[in-house]
Write a protein that binds this ligand. Structure first.
Ligand code: HSE
Length: 338
């Protein structure tokens, strides 16, 4: 039966949870007008019921018990925005077993448990989407699994972490010191709960692992990707790069060379003329080369509550539209057939 009200359970009300809540609140009328669907957040899982937050959320939506969401028969879609591999994966699997569609922004969980989550979605005939897990607001996963699906790819390369790009940009442009800029990136809601994941390159490796799965149909776990972060980059390194007409960027790349897939995440010197050299602050960019489409570059905000909330809500709306049409499961909405 067609359904015109879609109930959402939000897991997490940190930066991404709050950004998702705000995106829906800010654009509720236009989303309703465009889709005819009343999207309602009916429960929110939080750690602390009393915490002061800078968004106004009715207290009766909050719970500390994940079962209040994953076992609530009235909830159609769970948006998992907790971060971390566990218990997030466990909650997503339970939600799927209970027939709920799942959206996540959690690159660590998707990269670690890619097949498990996708197989669970298939077995339980629910939709599973994770656009926000790679490059924040940039719809790169959608593009790869829909408009670009006719291609075979040779290369994917990008700036996939907003925090480190913000740090490198501020150190380069304003000579600021690493620790101060990291603190600002945390205040702006770009950084992970534990920023080690950002600055050591692990977050970018998680995202590259997901991209490799979709671009090359090959499973490479994040810990198999040679990864180096930006913690060893000094002010002197940045000054030297500037003097020789270069920028230091944390580059994630995967390239097919003579039939072999090579991949890494590492700080890289780019000449100023390189298209990725101009990608500043929390912006991300993803470059792909397909055998039919040629070279493409996607650019946008890769971190921050609202850009990420935009991607989460995009997935929720897409699933809501499929539910309203009576579809219980759609492989395309599940993220492609690779
Ligand atoms: N900490 C991540 C970043 C958030 O800085 O890019 C978005 O995935």
């Amino acid at each position: 039966m067609d359904k015109k009200t879609i109930n959402i359970g939000l897991m997490g009300l940190g930066n991404v949870g709050a950004g998702t809540y705000k995106t829906l609140e800010m654009n509720f009328d236009s989303i309703l007008a465009n889709t005819g669907i009343d999207f309602k957040i009916t429960k929110i899982l939080v750690k602390d019921l009393e915490k002061q937050r800078d968004i106004n959320v009715p207290k009766d939506l909050l719970t500390q018990n994940p079962d209040d969401l994953v076992s609530d028969p009235n909830i159609d879609i769970i948006a998992e925005l907790l971060g971390g591999i566990e218990p997030a994966t466990d909650y997503m699997l339970k939600a799927m077993q209970n027939g709920k569609h799942v959206v996540t922004a959690n690159k660590a969980a998707v990269a670690a448990n890619f097949e498990v989550l996708r197989n669970a979605a298939e077995q339980n005939k629910v939709m599973f989407r994770y656009e926000a897990s790679v490059a924040g607001g940039i719809p790169i996963l959608n593009a790869l699994t829909t408009a670009l699906q006719a291609n075979q790819f040779e290369e994917v390369l990008g700036i996939l972490n907003g925090t480190t790009n913000y740090i490198l940009t501020q150190m380069t442009d304003f000579g600021l010191n690493y620790a101060d800029v990291l603190r600002i990136a945390q205040e702006k809601g770009f950084a992970e709960a534990d920023p080690t994941d950002d600055v050591e390159g692990f977050d970018a490796a998680n995202k590259l692992s997901i991209l490799i799965s979709l671009v090359f149909g090959k499973r490479v776990k994040p810990d198999e990707i040679p990864t180096e972060g930006i913690t060893k980059i000094t002010k002197e390194d940045i000054e030297r790069a500037t003097q020789t007409g270069h920028k230091v960027k944390l580059i994630a790349s995967a390239k097919l060379e003579n039939g072999k897939l090579n991949y890494s995440v590492k700080p890289t010197l780019l000449p100023l003329t390189h298209p990725l050299a101009g990608v500043s602050n929390e912006f991300n960019a993803v470059f792909v080369k397909g055998n039919a489409v040629g070279e493409l570059m996607f650019y946008g905000k890769g971190a921050g509550p609202l850009p990420t909330g935009s991607a989460v809500m995009g997935d929720i709306i897409e699933i809501g539209k499929a539910i309203a049409k009576g579809a219980s499961y759609d492989i395309k909405v599940a993220g492609g057939s690779k």
